[in-house]
Design a protein around this ligand. Structure first.
Ligand code: PMV
Length: 330
């Protein structure tokens, strides 16, 4: 079994090791329409199944990186102390890349996705860090290798290197060399995602812990891979046919199925709060009244709504604080 470090060293063996002064990059956040839920390898973040996401355009992470005398991290303009979980996680990720001379990095990350409203930005953050490292050292790696590197920071980060729809392949190899994401070359210019915040606080259980507990203890997890196979096919067909109803319904059902697997874990993982349920019911009521609106949810109480541009006013009337994303905006 290969470690992350061995895999990265193997990929970088023949690469140049330049030292550009400063680089600035951007990566969009992404939301899965068919979820990644469960790992086949805990260290390399290899998933049990494929997944499919939509990126959030201008909502994501800007990252400015330079080589320094010691590591220094800033998040949204504020220095992050080395004791904070963000710094520890970023530092151990950077440890995988420092090279023989053990160089240090100054990282300034600015998130345009509402981190303060409880929307995870780890996917766009790790994708941006990997893009910045590639440019800083002049590796010129292909997108597939960058996706593999980003995956080691956070699984879903491997889907944050592109706009629009992205397919992450689970792969079969033990070293994860066939486990990376690729964009689906299809645009759907009027598709929108709205982020509806319920709770800005940290999650009760991390997605990593919830996922691992579900795989280990949930009686409902056995049916999940088969559900994903069906949903991946449905979503790919819906995208090819630009069938919004099929896409929205499948994404909504897939999110519900994922939450069902974790509710059956022992002990149960339940991210929903009363306000979460109110939003789901509001979406259903609006749909019953003829507004084509669907939802999806990740490992947390917040809700993401899917709609097309013509429903924008109705969505904002119902959810005035929603942050709206255009997946193809650059
Ligand atoms: O990449 P992680 O470890 O943050 O896990 C993401 C898990 C979900 O957001 C629930 C699903 C997904 O595919 O993004």
């Amino acid at each position: 079994m290969m470690s992350c470090k061995e895999m990265i060293d193997a990929c970088l063996r023949d690469c140049p090791w330049g030292m550009r002064d400063t680089v600035s990059v951007y990566a969009p956040a992404n939301i899965a329409l068919c979820k990644y839920w469960g790992k086949r390898d805990l260290e390399l973040n290899l998933p049990v199944t494929d997944s499919l996401s939509i990126s959030l355009g201008a909502l994501g992470s800007h990252c400015t990186m330079s080589i320094g005398d010691e590591d220094a991290y800033f998040l949204d303009g504020v220095w992050v102390t080395p004791e904070e979980p963000f710094a520890k996680r970023l530092c151990s990720f950077l440890d995988l890349f420092r090279g023989r001379d053990g160089c240090h990095y100054r990282v300034e990350a600015v998130n345009t996705v509402a981190t303060a409203a409880g929307f995870a930005s780890s996917a766009s953050g790790f994708a941006a860090v990997v893009m910045a490292l590639d440019q800083l050292h002049g590796w010129r790696l292909d997108a597939r290798t960058l996706s593999i590197f980003a995956r080691m920071g956070s699984g879903s980060a491997c889907r944050s290197l592109w706009n629009g729809f992205v397919h992450w392949y689970a792969g079969k190899e033990e070293d994860g060399s066939d486990c990376y994401a690729e964009p689906l070359h299809s645009d759907w210019k009027d598709l929108r995602v709205g982020l509806v915040s319920v709770d800005a606080g940290p999650k009760s259980v991390s997605s990593r812990e919830a996922m691992n507990r579900t795989v280990a203890t949930s009686a409902l997890y056995g049916g999940w891979p088969q559900q994903v196979d069906q949903d991946m096919a449905t979503l790919r067909d819906a995208i090819a046919a630009r069938d919004f109803q099929a896409l929205g319904l499948c994404a909504e059902q897939n999110a519900m199925a994922m939450h069902a697997t974790m509710m059956a874990a022992r002990p149960a993982v339940l991210y929903w709060q009363p306000a979460t349920l109110e939003i789901l019911q509001a979406v259903w009521s609006m749909r019953a009244e003829g507004v084509p609106l669907y939802f999806t949810m990740d490992a947390g109480p917040n809700v993401k709504v899917l709609f097309t541009e013509d429903a924008r006013d109705q969505v904002l009337l119902k959810f005035p604080d929603a942050q709206l994303a255009n997946p193809w905006e650059t």
